[in-house]
Write a protein that binds this ligand. Structure first.
Ligand code: PMP
Length: 355
């Protein structure tokens, strides 16, 4: 049976990305060696990193003066690496959910860290609005898409202080004005490729100002100056990012990704709003187009498990909601298809017809 992958990450990738990466794992560039067996210093691998960086710069229209690097440790390591490098006296965080909170927790190891705004009191079902950003912050940290709660800030805000963003779950799904940010980071395992590598975009002239001795591996300059090759980088995951970037480009770039994401989300949210069994969990204006969260309406609460079983039998994978929200979450990253969302919607309609 055909499977429709709605996993929240690691998540669905374009079939050709998987196939092309698999081919290189078997025989890298006709060398007779696997991509898994070569040195990252092999002459054929440098072009992989170079092309990947060039494509990310092109697709996101990254201005001069920024570096793109690949690191291990997941986006979670960035929760500490960002403040280690950028927190001088005081950092501000917008608390929009689990990941934002985790980022804030790590910053506290490095200096004064304040919560500038929060929607925790409403279980993060909307984004905080109308808050003032103190002018004395070294930076303001935001999480543009809240993977667990399904809210998303789909625009680049004006900030009087340097802006730093965790874009793990919506990078490359829309055009971004990178010039508004001093740093952007993303675990690659949603919109950029497979798990195992994190992409960090840094404004060069903001590096090297940390008021503390940084361990070599934590200092961004180490990795910027060595082009992500200071130590052995995750070779296969980086290759999967290259293939994903080629795919995004061949499919029309981030503008087209944006258009497709809006269309998929509209189809699913329209059904959530129409179907008597379900309701969305997020304030309509803050709904994510990447992670679409919904629950059973109160009077149909008992149907949660039966719907999950029904959908699973029809090939839906990964639609169980995160335990902090319950219900369902359909993650629709760049590789998600119209066929996939239409199959989910049909499933919701057919289940409704039975009740
Ligand atoms: N930030 C966001 C927005 C995420 O969705 C995730 C993981 N899903 C993380 C950070 C943590 O990423 P990692 O597992 O790569 O550390």
């Amino acid at each position: 049976m055909k499977k429709y992958n709605f996993n929240a990450g690691p998540s669905m990738l374009p079939r050709e990305v998987i196939e092309n990466t698999a081919k290189q794992i078997l025989d890298f560039n006709g060398s007779g060696l696997s991509l898994m067996e070569i040195s990252h210093r092999a002459k054929d691998f440098q072009p992989v990193v170079d092309e990947t960086v060039a494509l990310i710069k092109e697709l996101l229209d990254i201005p001069e003066g920024y570096s793109v690097i690949f690191l291990g440790g997941g986006a979670s390591l960035q929760f500490m690496q960002i403040p280690a490098n950028f927190l001088i006296k005081k950092a501000g965080y917008v608390n929009t959910g689990t990941w934002a909170k985790k980022a804030m927790k790590e910053a506290k190891h490095f200096g004064e860290t304040i919560e500038v705004a929060s929607s925790a009191d409403d279980n993060y079902c909307h984004l905080p609005k109308d808050f003032t950003i103190p002018a004395d912050l070294d930076y303001l940290h935001i999480t543009t898409n809240n993977t667990i709660f399904g809210t998303e800030l789909r625009k680049d805000i004006d900030s009087p202080v340097p802006l730093i963003a965790d874009m793990s779950s919506d990078i490359l799904s829309r055009p971004v004005d990178v010039s508004k940010y001093d740093a952007i980071y993303a675990g690659c395992q949603k919109n950029m490729g497979m798990a195992g590598v994190t992409c960090v975009i840094l404004k060069n002239d903001k590096l090297g100002r940390a008021p503390r001795e940084l361990p070599t591996m934590i200092d961004y300059n180490t990795h910027v100056s060595k082009g992500s090759m200071f130590n052995t980088p995750p070779v296969v995951p980086i290759y999967s990012v290259l293939e994903t970037m080629r795919w995004v480009k061949a499919h029309g770039g981030v503008k087209e990704m944006d258009k497709r994401a809006q269309e998929r989300a509209r189809i699913v949210y329209d059904e959530i709003d129409r179907n008597k069994l379900f309701k969305g969990t997020v304030a309509v204006e803050d709904r994510s187009v990447m992670n679409l969260c919904f629950v059973m309406n109160e009077e149909y609460k008992d149907l949660e498990k039966p719907f999950l079983d029904f959908a699973t039998e029809r090939g839906m994978v990964g639609i169980k909601g995160h335990r902090s929200v319950g219900g369902f979450r359909a993650s629709c990253y760049n590789a998600q298809t119209l066929e996939g969302v239409n199959a989910l919607v049909q499933c919701m309609k057919d289940f409704e017809a039975q009740h």
